[in-house]
Design a protein around this ligand. Sequence first.
Ligand SMILES: C[S@@+](CC[C@H](N)C(=O)[O-])C[C@H]1O[C@@H](n2cnc3c(N)ncnc32)[C@H](O)[C@@H]1O
Length: 227
Amino acid sequence: MRFDVLTLFPGIFSGYMGESVLAKAIDRGLIDVRLHDIRDWTTDKHHTVDDRPFGGGPGMVLKVEPVVECVEAVRRQDDEPGHLVMLTPQGRQLNQAMVEQLASRRRILLLCGRYEGFDERIRTILEPDEISLGDYILNGGEVAAMAVIESVIRLVPGVLGDEDSSAGDSFSGPDRLLEFAQYTRPREYRGHVVPEVLVSGDHQAVDRWREENRRQRTRQRRADLVE
Ligand SMILES: C[S@@+](CC[C@H](N)C(=O)[O-])C[C@H]1O[C@@H](n2cnc3c(N)ncnc32)[C@H](O)[C@@H]1O
């Protein structure tokens, strides 16, 4: 699976791509991440990517020409033009069902904004899938792009080992409930004891306890998911 990240700050990704699950997946050829500096598609001598908003007001707006031309050129780099995602607080809020749909794509382009955001014509020309991380404002789309990559690659076959399997995670599976409570050694810490059933060796009883625990937890913490 290929990701193309279109950003003004490609350097933000260098540490992220060199560590842990993503680094291993890249090494093993399961995931390909390519970084593109939007500034490379400017044509003026100052490499201008932003300008003042028409109508006045604070901040700067990302210019339409370099962004559109960058997206079009990057798309042409592969036979598969890819699914274009624009990271924006005004998009659909990312959830696990959307992550599952994204994971079925062969190629995803992630367009990161900065400053006051995008010239509106970038949306009307490119018609991207607009995705938000949540109802709060980040400085740029890079952290949101990393969240998309991170959540999607967990679902790519072979990326996670069995021990990290995503199948039982919260929001996954047919009912999309929260996962049950987890414990590891020691069995007792400061008077807090692991539920007896989990160390009983009775697998059916463990399964029953976990099922009840995840339902109760979801009702308590996220009643919206039960509905
Ligand atoms: C400071 S924000 C611009 C916010 C814009 N003025 C608005 O109110 O909608 C700059 C960039 O950060 C990214 N960004 C900020 N918050 C985000 C969020 N919640 N989800 C995804 N991307 C976000 C977007 O790419 C956005 O273009």
